[in-house]
Write a protein that binds this ligand. Structure first.
Ligand SMILES: Cc1cc2nc3c(=O)[nH]c(=O)nc-3n(C[C@H](O)[C@H](O)[C@H](O)COP(=O)(O)OP(=O)(O)OC[C@H]3O[C@@H](n4cnc5c(N)ncnc54)[C@H](O)[C@@H]3O)c2cc1C
Length: 499
Protein backbone atom coordinates (compact mmCIF):
# COMPACT_ATOMS: atom_id res chain seq x y z
CA UNK A 1 0.00 0.00 0.00
CA UNK A 2 1.44 3.43 -0.87
CA UNK A 3 1.69 6.32 1.63
CA UNK A 4 -1.24 8.14 0.02
CA UNK A 5 -3.82 5.37 0.18
CA UNK A 6 -2.68 4.54 3.71
CA UNK A 7 -3.33 8.17 4.73
CA UNK A 8 -6.85 8.07 3.19
CA UNK A 9 -7.69 4.83 5.03
CA UNK A 10 -6.47 6.24 8.35
CA UNK A 11 -8.58 9.42 7.97
CA UNK A 12 -11.68 7.28 7.41
CA UNK A 13 -10.79 5.13 10.44
CA UNK A 14 -10.27 8.22 12.64
CA UNK A 15 -13.62 9.69 11.71
CA UNK A 16 -15.29 6.53 13.04
CA UNK A 17 -13.32 6.09 16.27
CA UNK A 18 -12.15 9.53 17.45
CA UNK A 19 -8.62 8.45 18.36
CA UNK A 20 -6.90 10.10 21.34
CA UNK A 21 -3.61 11.41 19.97
CA UNK A 22 -0.57 11.96 22.17
CA UNK A 23 0.02 15.37 20.60
CA UNK A 24 -2.28 17.59 18.51
CA UNK A 25 -0.50 20.40 16.70
CA UNK A 26 -2.50 23.43 15.53
CA UNK A 27 -0.91 24.98 12.44
CA UNK A 28 1.15 23.44 9.61
CA UNK A 29 3.66 26.25 9.13
CA UNK A 30 7.33 25.60 9.72
CA UNK A 31 6.90 25.65 13.54
CA UNK A 32 4.12 23.05 13.56
CA UNK A 33 5.62 20.83 10.88
CA UNK A 34 9.09 20.90 12.48
CA UNK A 35 7.48 19.89 15.82
CA UNK A 36 5.70 17.03 14.00
CA UNK A 37 9.02 15.96 12.43
CA UNK A 38 10.87 15.95 15.74
CA UNK A 39 8.00 14.14 17.54
CA UNK A 40 7.71 11.51 14.78
CA UNK A 41 11.15 10.21 15.84
CA UNK A 42 9.38 8.84 18.93
CA UNK A 43 6.72 6.21 19.29
CA UNK A 44 3.93 8.80 19.63
CA UNK A 45 0.70 9.49 17.79
CA UNK A 46 0.70 12.99 16.33
CA UNK A 47 -2.01 14.94 14.46
CA UNK A 48 -1.48 18.27 12.71
CA UNK A 49 -4.58 20.42 12.18
CA UNK A 50 -4.32 23.09 9.51
CA UNK A 51 -6.90 25.73 8.59
CA UNK A 52 -5.61 25.94 5.01
CA UNK A 53 -5.61 23.34 2.26
CA UNK A 54 -1.90 22.69 2.34
CA UNK A 55 1.30 22.92 4.36
CA UNK A 56 2.87 26.39 4.69
CA UNK A 57 -0.30 28.41 4.23
CA UNK A 58 0.89 31.33 6.42
CA UNK A 59 4.15 33.24 6.99
CA UNK A 60 6.15 30.15 6.03
CA UNK A 61 5.02 30.56 2.43
CA UNK A 62 6.33 34.09 1.83
CA UNK A 63 9.52 35.26 3.53
CA UNK A 64 13.16 36.02 2.73
CA UNK A 65 14.14 32.36 3.23
CA UNK A 66 17.41 33.23 4.96
CA UNK A 67 18.92 30.85 7.49
CA UNK A 68 20.26 33.68 9.62
CA UNK A 69 23.54 32.99 11.40
CA UNK A 70 22.28 34.38 14.74
CA UNK A 71 23.96 37.77 15.36
CA UNK A 72 20.74 39.81 15.12
CA UNK A 73 18.84 38.56 18.14
CA UNK A 74 19.64 40.23 21.45
CA UNK A 75 21.92 38.33 23.79
CA UNK A 76 20.12 36.06 26.25
CA UNK A 77 16.84 35.87 24.31
CA UNK A 78 15.16 32.65 23.28
CA UNK A 79 15.45 33.92 19.69
CA UNK A 80 19.24 34.08 20.00
CA UNK A 81 19.50 30.59 21.50
CA UNK A 82 17.22 28.91 18.95
CA UNK A 83 18.51 30.84 15.93
CA UNK A 84 22.12 29.75 16.42
CA UNK A 85 21.15 26.14 17.14
CA UNK A 86 18.62 26.05 14.26
CA UNK A 87 21.21 27.36 11.83
CA UNK A 88 23.63 24.62 12.96
CA UNK A 89 20.99 21.90 12.49
CA UNK A 90 19.61 23.06 9.13
CA UNK A 91 22.26 21.58 6.83
CA UNK A 92 21.90 18.06 8.27
CA UNK A 93 18.11 18.09 7.94
CA UNK A 94 18.31 19.49 4.40
CA UNK A 95 20.75 16.72 3.41
CA UNK A 96 18.76 13.86 4.86
CA UNK A 97 15.47 15.09 3.36
CA UNK A 98 16.78 16.43 0.00
CA UNK A 99 15.72 20.02 0.68
CA UNK A 100 16.95 22.91 -1.47
CA UNK A 101 19.44 24.58 0.91
CA UNK A 102 22.78 26.31 0.47
CA UNK A 103 25.22 27.53 3.10
CA UNK A 104 26.11 30.62 1.07
CA UNK A 105 27.05 32.98 3.93
CA UNK A 106 25.83 36.53 4.50
CA UNK A 107 27.28 40.04 4.55
CA UNK A 108 25.96 43.06 6.45
CA UNK A 109 27.33 45.87 4.30
CA UNK A 110 28.41 49.19 5.85
CA UNK A 111 28.89 52.59 4.23
CA UNK A 112 29.76 54.95 7.08
CA UNK A 113 31.57 55.07 10.40
CA UNK A 114 28.17 54.75 12.11
CA UNK A 115 27.50 51.57 10.10
CA UNK A 116 30.91 50.25 11.14
CA UNK A 117 30.01 50.80 14.79
CA UNK A 118 26.77 48.89 14.26
CA UNK A 119 28.59 46.08 12.47
CA UNK A 120 31.05 45.82 15.38
CA UNK A 121 28.09 45.60 17.76
CA UNK A 122 26.54 42.83 15.65
CA UNK A 123 29.85 40.93 15.69
CA UNK A 124 30.14 41.15 19.48
CA UNK A 125 26.50 40.14 19.87
CA UNK A 126 26.94 37.23 17.47
CA UNK A 127 30.00 35.98 19.35
CA UNK A 128 28.10 36.15 22.65
CA UNK A 129 25.24 34.22 21.01
CA UNK A 130 27.72 31.54 19.88
CA UNK A 131 27.91 32.30 16.14
CA UNK A 132 31.14 30.90 14.72
CA UNK A 133 33.53 32.30 12.08
CA UNK A 134 32.20 35.91 12.18
CA UNK A 135 34.64 38.38 10.64
CA UNK A 136 34.65 42.07 9.70
CA UNK A 137 36.05 42.51 6.22
CA UNK A 138 37.27 45.70 4.52
CA UNK A 139 36.23 47.15 1.15
CA UNK A 140 38.87 45.32 -0.98
CA UNK A 141 37.96 41.89 0.29
CA UNK A 142 34.25 42.70 0.14
CA UNK A 143 34.46 43.76 -3.51
CA UNK A 144 36.56 40.77 -4.47
CA UNK A 145 33.92 38.50 -2.89
CA UNK A 146 30.91 40.41 -4.23
CA UNK A 147 31.95 42.58 -7.22
CA UNK A 148 28.47 44.09 -7.68
CA UNK A 149 28.24 45.55 -4.18
CA UNK A 150 28.27 49.38 -4.25
CA UNK A 151 31.78 50.86 -4.53
CA UNK A 152 30.76 53.21 -1.71
CA UNK A 153 30.64 50.31 0.73
CA UNK A 154 33.56 50.42 3.19
CA UNK A 155 33.23 47.25 5.27
CA UNK A 156 30.98 44.30 6.03
CA UNK A 157 30.24 41.67 8.63
CA UNK A 158 30.85 38.25 7.06
CA UNK A 159 28.87 35.35 8.53
CA UNK A 160 29.90 32.19 6.65
CA UNK A 161 27.46 29.97 8.59
CA UNK A 162 24.35 31.73 7.21
CA UNK A 163 22.42 29.99 4.47
CA UNK A 164 19.38 30.00 2.22
CA UNK A 165 16.61 27.42 2.09
CA UNK A 166 13.35 26.98 0.22
CA UNK A 167 10.90 27.47 3.11
CA UNK A 168 7.96 25.51 1.73
CA UNK A 169 10.21 22.72 0.45
CA UNK A 170 11.57 22.46 4.00
CA UNK A 171 8.05 22.38 5.44
CA UNK A 172 6.90 19.75 2.90
CA UNK A 173 9.98 17.64 3.53
CA UNK A 174 9.65 17.52 7.31
CA UNK A 175 5.87 16.96 7.00
CA UNK A 176 6.28 14.11 4.51
CA UNK A 177 8.84 12.51 6.79
CA UNK A 178 6.47 12.90 9.76
CA UNK A 179 3.60 11.29 7.78
CA UNK A 180 5.89 8.46 6.72
CA UNK A 181 6.61 7.90 10.42
CA UNK A 182 2.92 7.86 11.37
CA UNK A 183 1.83 11.52 11.86
CA UNK A 184 -1.56 12.52 10.41
CA UNK A 185 -2.38 15.84 8.77
CA UNK A 186 -5.92 17.25 8.64
CA UNK A 187 -6.42 20.15 6.24
CA UNK A 188 -9.41 22.54 6.03
CA UNK A 189 -9.45 22.18 9.82
CA UNK A 190 -9.74 25.73 11.17
CA UNK A 191 -9.81 25.21 14.92
CA UNK A 192 -12.72 27.15 16.42
CA UNK A 193 -13.13 25.35 19.77
CA UNK A 194 -10.70 23.88 22.29
CA UNK A 195 -12.20 22.10 25.27
CA UNK A 196 -10.38 20.56 28.22
CA UNK A 197 -11.46 16.95 28.81
CA UNK A 198 -10.60 14.39 31.53
CA UNK A 199 -7.68 12.99 29.57
CA UNK A 200 -6.62 16.00 27.46
CA UNK A 201 -8.36 18.19 24.90
CA UNK A 202 -11.10 18.06 22.31
CA UNK A 203 -10.07 20.33 19.45
CA UNK A 204 -12.83 21.14 16.96
CA UNK A 205 -13.44 22.80 13.62
CA UNK A 206 -17.21 23.00 13.13
CA UNK A 207 -18.53 19.44 13.31
CA UNK A 208 -15.08 17.81 13.24
CA UNK A 209 -13.28 16.99 16.50
CA UNK A 210 -9.83 15.57 17.14
CA UNK A 211 -8.76 14.57 20.64
CA UNK A 212 -5.29 14.81 22.10
CA UNK A 213 -3.44 14.59 25.41
CA UNK A 214 -1.26 17.62 24.59
CA UNK A 215 -1.96 20.57 22.31
CA UNK A 216 0.69 22.72 20.62
CA UNK A 217 -0.44 26.19 19.57
CA UNK A 218 1.65 26.78 16.41
CA UNK A 219 -0.89 29.04 14.69
CA UNK A 220 1.54 31.77 13.56
CA UNK A 221 -0.26 35.09 13.07
CA UNK A 222 -3.31 33.59 14.78
CA UNK A 223 -1.55 32.14 17.83
CA UNK A 224 -3.18 34.85 19.99
CA UNK A 225 -6.65 33.80 18.81
CA UNK A 226 -5.94 30.10 19.36
CA UNK A 227 -4.56 30.86 22.85
CA UNK A 228 -7.78 32.69 23.68
CA UNK A 229 -9.89 29.83 22.30
CA UNK A 230 -8.07 27.54 24.75
CA UNK A 231 -8.81 29.95 27.60
CA UNK A 232 -5.24 31.19 28.06
CA UNK A 233 -4.77 34.55 26.30
CA UNK A 234 -1.16 35.44 25.45
CA UNK A 235 0.50 38.08 27.64
CA UNK A 236 1.47 40.17 24.59
CA UNK A 237 0.03 41.31 21.27
CA UNK A 238 0.68 39.92 17.79
CA UNK A 239 1.35 42.80 15.40
CA UNK A 240 1.00 41.92 11.70
CA UNK A 241 3.94 43.47 9.78
CA UNK A 242 3.92 43.00 6.04
CA UNK A 243 7.07 42.61 3.97
CA UNK A 244 7.01 43.00 0.18
CA UNK A 245 9.39 41.39 -2.32
CA UNK A 246 10.50 41.21 -5.92
CA UNK A 247 11.85 37.96 -7.33
CA UNK A 248 14.31 38.35 -10.19
CA UNK A 249 14.95 35.99 -13.08
CA UNK A 250 17.74 33.44 -12.72
CA UNK A 251 19.72 35.29 -15.40
CA UNK A 252 20.41 37.98 -12.74
CA UNK A 253 21.93 35.51 -10.29
CA UNK A 254 25.43 36.95 -10.87
CA UNK A 255 24.52 40.05 -8.85
CA UNK A 256 25.01 38.36 -5.45
CA UNK A 257 26.40 35.02 -4.36
CA UNK A 258 25.78 35.65 -0.65
CA UNK A 259 22.90 37.27 1.22
CA UNK A 260 23.61 41.02 1.24
CA UNK A 261 22.01 43.08 3.99
CA UNK A 262 22.15 46.85 4.26
CA UNK A 263 23.24 47.88 7.75
CA UNK A 264 20.02 49.07 9.40
CA UNK A 265 20.30 52.89 9.51
CA UNK A 266 18.53 56.02 8.31
CA UNK A 267 19.70 55.03 4.76
CA UNK A 268 17.84 51.77 4.64
CA UNK A 269 15.52 49.53 6.63
CA UNK A 270 17.46 46.32 6.36
CA UNK A 271 16.44 45.48 2.80
CA UNK A 272 18.38 42.55 1.40
CA UNK A 273 19.51 41.28 -1.97
CA UNK A 274 20.06 37.55 -1.89
CA UNK A 275 20.30 34.46 -4.03
CA UNK A 276 17.51 31.98 -3.35
CA UNK A 277 18.03 28.26 -2.86
CA UNK A 278 16.47 27.76 -6.29
CA UNK A 279 18.78 30.15 -8.13
CA UNK A 280 16.78 33.40 -8.39
CA UNK A 281 17.57 36.74 -6.75
CA UNK A 282 15.20 37.97 -4.04
CA UNK A 283 14.93 41.67 -3.17
CA UNK A 284 13.09 43.00 -0.10
CA UNK A 285 11.43 43.13 2.37
CA UNK A 286 10.10 46.36 3.78
CA UNK A 287 8.20 46.28 7.08
CA UNK A 288 4.80 47.94 7.38
CA UNK A 289 2.14 47.29 10.00
CA UNK A 290 -1.14 46.22 8.37
CA UNK A 291 -4.66 46.12 9.77
CA UNK A 292 -5.58 42.70 8.43
CA UNK A 293 -3.41 39.71 9.23
CA UNK A 294 -4.27 38.31 5.82
CA UNK A 295 -3.16 41.45 3.93
CA UNK A 296 -0.53 40.15 1.52
CA UNK A 297 -1.12 42.85 -1.08
CA UNK A 298 1.80 44.35 -2.98
CA UNK A 299 1.86 48.13 -3.41
CA UNK A 300 3.61 50.54 -5.81
CA UNK A 301 5.04 52.42 -2.81
CA UNK A 302 6.32 49.18 -1.30
CA UNK A 303 8.03 48.13 -4.52
CA UNK A 304 9.63 51.58 -4.83
CA UNK A 305 10.89 51.32 -1.26
CA UNK A 306 12.53 47.95 -1.79
CA UNK A 307 13.91 49.00 -5.19
CA UNK A 308 15.63 51.95 -3.50
CA UNK A 309 17.10 49.69 -0.80
CA UNK A 310 18.34 47.20 -3.41
CA UNK A 311 20.02 49.93 -5.51
CA UNK A 312 21.79 51.24 -2.42
CA UNK A 313 23.57 47.93 -1.95
CA UNK A 314 23.87 46.77 -5.59
CA UNK A 315 23.53 49.87 -7.84
CA UNK A 316 23.67 47.83 -11.07
CA UNK A 317 20.83 45.50 -10.14
CA UNK A 318 18.40 45.06 -13.06
CA UNK A 319 14.98 45.31 -11.45
CA UNK A 320 13.32 44.99 -14.86
CA UNK A 321 14.19 41.30 -14.52
CA UNK A 322 11.48 41.02 -11.86
CA UNK A 323 9.39 37.92 -12.65
CA UNK A 324 6.95 38.20 -9.76
CA UNK A 325 6.26 40.21 -6.61
CA UNK A 326 4.68 38.96 -3.41
CA UNK A 327 4.31 39.78 0.27
CA UNK A 328 4.32 37.93 3.57
CA UNK A 329 3.08 39.01 7.00
CA UNK A 330 5.22 38.66 10.12
CA UNK A 331 3.57 37.66 13.42
CA UNK A 332 5.57 40.25 15.40
CA UNK A 333 5.19 39.80 19.17
CA UNK A 334 4.97 43.11 21.09
CA UNK A 335 7.23 41.44 23.69
CA UNK A 336 10.06 41.14 21.13
CA UNK A 337 10.94 37.48 21.74
CA UNK A 338 9.68 34.00 20.85
CA UNK A 339 7.21 32.70 23.44
CA UNK A 340 7.57 28.93 23.64
CA UNK A 341 6.28 27.59 26.91
CA UNK A 342 3.61 25.53 28.60
CA UNK A 343 0.52 27.41 29.64
CA UNK A 344 0.63 28.29 33.33
CA UNK A 345 -3.18 27.96 33.41
CA UNK A 346 -4.02 24.89 31.36
CA UNK A 347 -2.07 21.64 31.76
CA UNK A 348 -1.01 20.11 28.47
CA UNK A 349 -1.28 23.29 26.37
CA UNK A 350 2.02 24.54 24.95
CA UNK A 351 2.32 27.87 23.12
CA UNK A 352 4.75 28.16 20.22
CA UNK A 353 3.94 31.82 19.68
CA UNK A 354 5.42 35.08 18.46
CA UNK A 355 7.52 33.21 15.91
CA UNK A 356 8.61 36.10 13.71
CA UNK A 357 12.01 36.21 11.96
CA UNK A 358 14.28 34.27 12.47
CA UNK A 359 11.54 31.66 12.90
CA UNK A 360 12.47 29.77 9.75
CA UNK A 361 16.18 29.61 10.64
CA UNK A 362 15.31 28.61 14.21
CA UNK A 363 12.68 26.03 13.26
CA UNK A 364 14.76 22.84 13.76
CA UNK A 365 15.72 24.10 17.21
CA UNK A 366 12.10 25.11 17.93
CA UNK A 367 11.06 21.51 17.25
CA UNK A 368 13.84 20.16 19.46
CA UNK A 369 12.97 22.65 22.24
CA UNK A 370 9.28 21.69 22.17
CA UNK A 371 10.18 17.99 22.49
CA UNK A 372 12.09 18.83 25.68
CA UNK A 373 9.14 20.85 27.02
CA UNK A 374 6.78 17.93 26.37
CA UNK A 375 9.16 15.56 28.17
CA UNK A 376 9.21 17.90 31.17
CA UNK A 377 5.42 18.07 31.07
CA UNK A 378 5.33 14.28 31.53
CA UNK A 379 4.92 12.91 28.00
CA UNK A 380 6.74 9.57 27.88
CA UNK A 381 8.91 9.21 24.78
CA UNK A 382 10.49 6.08 23.37
CA UNK A 383 12.49 6.16 20.13
CA UNK A 384 10.37 4.89 17.24
CA UNK A 385 11.43 1.45 15.99
CA UNK A 386 12.08 1.38 12.22
CA UNK A 387 12.21 5.19 12.08
CA UNK A 388 12.48 6.28 8.44
CA UNK A 389 14.97 9.11 7.98
CA UNK A 390 14.05 10.09 4.42
CA UNK A 391 10.89 11.75 3.08
CA UNK A 392 9.07 8.49 2.33
CA UNK A 393 9.47 4.75 2.23
CA UNK A 394 10.05 4.84 -1.49
CA UNK A 395 12.96 7.26 -1.29
CA UNK A 396 13.57 10.94 -1.76
CA UNK A 397 11.92 13.37 -4.13
CA UNK A 398 14.71 14.56 -6.31
CA UNK A 399 13.45 16.61 -9.23
CA UNK A 400 14.57 15.62 -12.72
CA UNK A 401 16.42 18.94 -13.05
CA UNK A 402 18.45 18.15 -9.89
CA UNK A 403 19.44 14.65 -11.06
CA UNK A 404 22.76 13.61 -12.60
CA UNK A 405 22.62 12.35 -16.19
CA UNK A 406 22.87 8.76 -14.93
CA UNK A 407 19.97 9.33 -12.51
CA UNK A 408 17.94 10.92 -15.32
CA UNK A 409 18.51 7.95 -17.64
CA UNK A 410 17.47 5.58 -14.86
CA UNK A 411 14.36 7.66 -14.00
CA UNK A 412 13.23 7.67 -17.67
CA UNK A 413 13.89 3.94 -17.96
CA UNK A 414 11.62 3.29 -14.95
CA UNK A 415 8.99 5.88 -15.89
CA UNK A 416 8.92 7.42 -19.41
CA UNK A 417 6.91 10.38 -18.00
CA UNK A 418 10.30 11.78 -16.90
CA UNK A 419 11.11 12.27 -20.59
CA UNK A 420 8.18 14.68 -21.08
CA UNK A 421 9.02 18.30 -20.23
CA UNK A 422 6.03 20.19 -18.80
CA UNK A 423 7.56 23.38 -17.35
CA UNK A 424 10.18 24.65 -19.79
CA UNK A 425 11.42 27.49 -17.59
CA UNK A 426 12.27 25.30 -14.59
CA UNK A 427 12.76 22.01 -16.48
CA UNK A 428 10.03 20.14 -14.62
CA UNK A 429 8.91 16.88 -16.18
CA UNK A 430 5.62 15.01 -16.12
CA UNK A 431 7.36 12.45 -13.87
CA UNK A 432 8.03 15.17 -11.26
CA UNK A 433 4.39 16.28 -11.42
CA UNK A 434 3.02 12.74 -11.07
CA UNK A 435 5.29 12.34 -8.08
CA UNK A 436 3.87 15.51 -6.47
CA UNK A 437 0.31 14.30 -7.01
CA UNK A 438 1.02 10.98 -5.29
CA UNK A 439 3.33 12.05 -2.45
CA UNK A 440 2.48 11.31 1.23
CA UNK A 441 0.79 14.72 1.37
CA UNK A 442 -0.66 14.80 -2.13
CA UNK A 443 -1.15 17.81 -4.39
CA UNK A 444 -4.56 18.35 -5.98
CA UNK A 445 -4.37 21.99 -7.16
CA UNK A 446 -2.04 23.68 -9.61
CA UNK A 447 -0.31 25.72 -6.89
CA UNK A 448 0.17 22.64 -4.71
CA UNK A 449 2.02 21.06 -7.63
CA UNK A 450 3.89 24.33 -8.18
CA UNK A 451 5.22 24.50 -4.62
CA UNK A 452 6.25 20.86 -4.66
CA UNK A 453 7.96 20.93 -8.05
CA UNK A 454 8.57 24.61 -9.06
CA UNK A 455 6.47 24.14 -12.24
CA UNK A 456 5.16 27.63 -13.01
CA UNK A 457 7.76 29.41 -10.90
CA UNK A 458 10.04 30.38 -13.75
CA UNK A 459 10.26 33.28 -16.17
CA UNK A 460 6.82 32.74 -17.74
CA UNK A 461 5.17 32.21 -14.33
CA UNK A 462 3.09 29.29 -15.55
CA UNK A 463 1.95 30.81 -18.86
CA UNK A 464 3.08 27.67 -20.69
CA UNK A 465 2.62 24.87 -18.14
CA UNK A 466 -0.39 25.82 -15.99
CA UNK A 467 -3.03 24.21 -18.22
CA UNK A 468 -0.82 21.19 -18.84
CA UNK A 469 -0.44 20.69 -15.08
CA UNK A 470 -4.22 21.06 -14.67
CA UNK A 471 -4.69 18.41 -17.34
CA UNK A 472 -2.37 15.95 -15.54
CA UNK A 473 -4.12 16.52 -12.17
CA UNK A 474 -7.51 16.00 -13.85
CA UNK A 475 -6.37 12.75 -15.49
CA UNK A 476 -4.56 11.35 -12.43
CA UNK A 477 -7.20 12.17 -9.81
CA UNK A 478 -10.19 11.70 -12.09
CA UNK A 479 -11.47 15.23 -11.45
CA UNK A 480 -13.20 17.05 -14.36
CA UNK A 481 -10.83 19.60 -15.86
CA UNK A 482 -13.37 22.35 -15.20
CA UNK A 483 -13.13 21.60 -11.46
CA UNK A 484 -9.34 21.94 -11.20
CA UNK A 485 -8.36 24.96 -9.10
CA UNK A 486 -5.30 27.17 -8.94
CA UNK A 487 -5.33 27.10 -5.16
CA UNK A 488 -8.18 28.50 -3.07
CA UNK A 489 -11.81 27.41 -3.22
CA UNK A 490 -12.75 30.19 -5.67
CA UNK A 491 -9.85 29.87 -8.06
CA UNK A 492 -11.09 27.68 -10.90
CA UNK A 493 -8.90 27.85 -13.97
CA UNK A 494 -11.46 26.93 -16.63
CA UNK A 495 -15.09 28.01 -16.63
CA UNK A 496 -16.43 26.35 -19.75
CA UNK A 497 -15.83 25.47 -23.39
CA UNK A 498 -15.36 28.23 -25.93
CA UNK A 499 -15.87 25.91 -28.91
C1 LIG B 1 8.39 39.21 5.29
C2 LIG B 1 8.97 38.12 6.13
C3 LIG B 1 10.32 37.82 6.07
C4 LIG B 1 10.86 36.82 6.84
N1 LIG B 1 12.15 36.44 6.65
C5 LIG B 1 12.66 35.42 7.37
C6 LIG B 1 13.97 34.95 7.13
O1 LIG B 1 14.64 35.37 6.20
N2 LIG B 1 14.47 33.99 7.93
C7 LIG B 1 13.76 33.48 8.96
O2 LIG B 1 14.30 32.67 9.69
N3 LIG B 1 12.49 33.85 9.18
C8 LIG B 1 11.92 34.79 8.40
N4 LIG B 1 10.64 35.17 8.58
C9 LIG B 1 9.88 34.57 9.66
C10 LIG B 1 9.32 33.21 9.31
O3 LIG B 1 8.69 33.23 8.06
C11 LIG B 1 8.31 32.84 10.40
O4 LIG B 1 8.95 32.95 11.64
C12 LIG B 1 7.81 31.43 10.25
O5 LIG B 1 7.37 31.16 8.94
C13 LIG B 1 6.66 31.22 11.23
O6 LIG B 1 6.19 29.92 11.07
P1 LIG B 1 4.95 29.42 11.90
O7 LIG B 1 4.75 28.01 11.57
O8 LIG B 1 5.12 29.81 13.32
O9 LIG B 1 3.73 30.31 11.35
P2 LIG B 1 2.96 30.17 9.95
O10 LIG B 1 3.85 29.81 8.86
O11 LIG B 1 2.14 31.40 9.80
O12 LIG B 1 2.00 28.92 10.18
C14 LIG B 1 0.89 28.97 11.02
C15 LIG B 1 -0.16 28.06 10.44
O13 LIG B 1 -1.25 27.97 11.35
C16 LIG B 1 -2.45 27.92 10.61
N5 LIG B 1 -3.55 28.34 11.47
C17 LIG B 1 -3.79 29.57 11.96
N6 LIG B 1 -4.92 29.56 12.72
C18 LIG B 1 -5.37 28.29 12.71
C19 LIG B 1 -6.51 27.65 13.30
N7 LIG B 1 -7.40 28.32 14.04
N8 LIG B 1 -6.68 26.33 13.07
C20 LIG B 1 -5.79 25.63 12.31
N9 LIG B 1 -4.72 26.20 11.73
C21 LIG B 1 -4.50 27.51 11.93
C22 LIG B 1 -2.19 28.87 9.45
O14 LIG B 1 -3.06 28.61 8.36
C23 LIG B 1 -0.74 28.60 9.13
O15 LIG B 1 -0.57 27.61 8.14
C24 LIG B 1 10.05 36.13 7.77
C25 LIG B 1 8.69 36.40 7.81
C26 LIG B 1 8.12 37.35 6.96
C27 LIG B 1 6.66 37.52 6.92
Amino acid sequence: MDDNSQTKRTYAFERRLLVLYDVVIIGAGISGTMCAYMLAKYDLSVAVLEAGEDIAAGSTRANSAIVHAGYDAKEGTLKALLNVRGCEMMEGIAKSLDVHYKRCGSLVVGFSSKDREHIELLKRRGETNGVKELRIIEADELHSMEPYVSKEATCALLAPTAGIVCPYDLAFAVSENAVTNGARFHFDFKVDRIEKTDNGFAVSAGEKTIKGKYVLNCAGLYCDEVASLAGDPLPFEIIPRRGEYMLLDKAESFIASRTLFVTPSEKGKGILVSPTADGNIIVGPNANIVEEKSDTSVTYEGLDEIAEGARLITPDINLKANITSFAGVRPTPSSGDFYIQPSSKIDGLIHVAGIESPGLASSPAIGEYVVEILKKCGLKMKKRKNYIKTRSRTGNYKLFCDMTNEERAEAIEKNPAYAKMICRCENITEGDILNAIHRPIPAHTVDMVKRRTRSGMGRCQGGFCRTRVADIISRELDIPLSEIRKFTKNSKILYGKTK
